[in-house]
Design a protein around this ligand. Structure first.
Ligand SMILES: *Cc1c(COP(=O)(O)O)cnc(C)c1O
Length: 334
């Protein structure tokens, strides 16, 4: 039985073309700056996104951490969504390792932060307060795409208050493909961007932090500090380069599959949230555990949460989406 895994877009296996690119990549010691493939990935992605520098790191968690630490000093504060990855799902790293105080705000239904709430949360220059230094946004945010006009407004606000603006762009390319724009139309509003190669892009490992030369210089020192300096890392960077060249446009298929899944589940009687990119959220309530077990017996791997998240990716095709719908329909009939 082939398992259909909808828990995350991190579960993809490297494609045959990607494995070949990895096997043939020229390598060197990247801590000495001598890995040509890492250097190419860093400079190419930075150039594509409109930044002077890039830094290849093992994970999106590290990429965000280094970005926040490069912008903020000990005792500084960053404003972030309560439900955002850097605040909620990175083990509190910015606070623990960077001594950066988070100021979390509730995320709105469309995935954005209310900019008036952001403005109100910016601390005046007064020794009672932490120094507000940065606003962090996430795009896509739980599968939702932040509108370009919103990004422009966030940039205007951060300029007015001399804050840096960081993007957790783990799924930046899902947002760009959905909007039908060059990713640069999104990233041009930001001082730094973290991009995951290991989500929908399908690489096995790795993220890239992009920013100014100065910021990336600081981040490179921090990467060494937290143990993220890797040696013949071009083996991994080659997968990222392959993904950027061959596996970006196909994200549209994942989005179409997510829409198809959502429609099918609605027809089968489920309450499903509106879909924008590759994430489908269904309201399972107390039935989540039972559904997870039922689906597992039929080859479908799900997370178990009352608000169930299903993520489409390159290792799930349209036929398999229809199998998933059939399993959900059967569960509803029992
Ligand atoms: C996955 C993810 C990250 C980074 O995750 P890693 O597993 O550390 O690579 C960061 N932000 C968001 C929104 C993510 O989905």
């Amino acid at each position: 039985m082939t398992v259909i895994d909808l828990r995350s877009d991190t579960v993809t296996q490297p494609s045959a073309g990607m494995r070949a690119a990895m096997a043939n990549a020229p390598l060197g010691d990247d801590v000495y700056g001598e890995d040509p493939t890492v250097n190419r990935l860093e400079s190419e992605l930075a150039a594509r996104l409109g930044f002077a520098g890039g830094l290849f790191v093992p994970s999106g968690t590290m990429s965000n951490l280094l970005g926040l630490m490069a912008h903020c000093a000990r005792g500084d504060e960053y404003i972030v969504g309560q439900q955002c990855h850097t605040y909620k799902y990175e083990a509190g790293g910015a606070a623990v390792l960077g001594s950066i105080q988070p100021q979390p705000l509730e995320v709105q239904a469309d995935g954005s932060l209310d900019l008036e709430q952001v403005r109100a949360a910016i601390k005046p220059d007064d020794f009672h307060f932490a120094r507000t230094r940065l606003l962090a946004l996430e795009n896509t945010m739980q599968g939702k795409v932040l509108p370009l006009e919103y990004l422009a407004a966030a940039r205007k606000l951060t300029d007015e208050h001399r804050l840096a603006l960081h993007l957790d762009g783990a799924r930046l390319y899902n947002a760009a493909v959905k909007l039908g724009v060059d990713a640069r139309e999104i990233t041009r509003h930001f001082d730094s961007v973290s991009v995951c190669l290991s989500k929908g892009l399908g690489a096995p490992v790795g993220s890239v932090l992009c920013g100014s030369e100065e910021l990336i210089g600081k981040a490179r020192r921090l990467r060494k500090m937290v143990g993220g300096g890797m040696r013949q890392a071009g083996l991994l960077a080659a997968a990222g380069l392959y993904a950027l060249d061959h596996q970006v446009e196909r994200l549209a298929e994942d989005h179409a599959n997510a829409l198809h899944l959502a429609d099918g589940l609605r027809d089968a009687g489920y309450r499903v949230e509106a879909v924008q990119t590759n994430m489908v959220y269904a309201d399972l309530g107390a039935r989540a555990e039972a559904l997870k077990a039922f689906a597992a017996e039929r080859g479908v791997r799900l997370s178990a949460a009352p608000r169930l998240r299903m993520v489409t990716h390159m290792d799930v095709n349209r036929t398999q989406i229809e199998q998933v719908v059939a399993v959900f329909a059967e569960f509803n009939r029992q």
